[in-house]
Ligand binder design. Structure first.
Ligand code: ZN
Ligand code: ZN
Length: 204
């Protein structure tokens, strides 16, 4: 299911490319559009969704170009849409000369499911790092994409603009209800597993 993880941009955000039955989804295209396009091409995939775990510029910067090249739909949590459109809140005014990533085509909320080929991408709303942060769970593949909510041995910052520590703690507790074996693909850094984090992450 996870075809490729691409480390992108100066903050080394992880971009993930998923494919199933000819359809693809790209999670957090922060940079390196060419590499993303190449992977889609190599595997003869039609890009259906461009999914943002949250609206920070290092996760969305190439999303608009990717949408123009492919016609795919940009998906974001409904509570995150205002941040996507605000260059101060999403950091692009500081790091990315205020360029806009455009607006989303599809707003989702907790428990929504996106169909990708034969796979179900389940949305879990995990506010805290930002109000509309979300994780994408694929139960059949036992994996979850956690954006800037959960990292290997760390968790997302809550001291940026719209962060909220108590919300983040509630969100992390929800993730800890998943099985030990669930593989975690975070927005930065190496992948991990829920069981490993439950045991070793000092923030949990
Ligand atoms: Zn972030
Ligand atoms: Zn980030």
């Amino acid at each position: 299911m996870v075809l490729k993880a691409v480390k992108t941009g100066m903050l080394e955000s992880n971009c993930y490319i998923l494919g199933d039955s000819g359809e693809a989804a790209v999670i957090d295209p922060g940079a390196d559009l060419e590499e993303i396009m190449q992977a889609l091409d190599e595997h003869s995939l039609t890009l259906k969704y461009i999914i943002y775990t949250h609206a920070h510029f290092d996760h969305v910067a190439e999303g608009d170009k990717l949408r123009k090249e492919t016609g795919a739909k940009v998906v974001i949590h409904e509570d995150e849409a205002p941040i996507l459109e605000d260059p101060i809140l999403n950091g692009s005014a500081i790091f990315w000369s205020g360029k806009s990533a455009g607006s989303a085509d599809m707003l989702v909320r907790d428990a929504d499911v996106l169909k990708l080929g034969n796979a179900d991408l389940e949305i879990i709303h995990t506010p805290g790092h930002t109000p509309g942060g979300m994780c994408i769970l694929i139960r059949t593949d036992s994996c979850i994409f956690t954006g800037d909510t959960l990292f290997r041995l760390s968790v997302g910052r809550t001291d940026l603009g719209a962060g909220n520590t108590s919300q983040l703690m509630v969100s992390l507790q929800r993730l800890m209800e998943l099985g030990d074996e669930v593989k975690v693909y975070p927005g930065h850094g190496p992948s991990t597993q829920i069981g490993y984090e439950r045991k070793n992450n000092p923030w949990l």
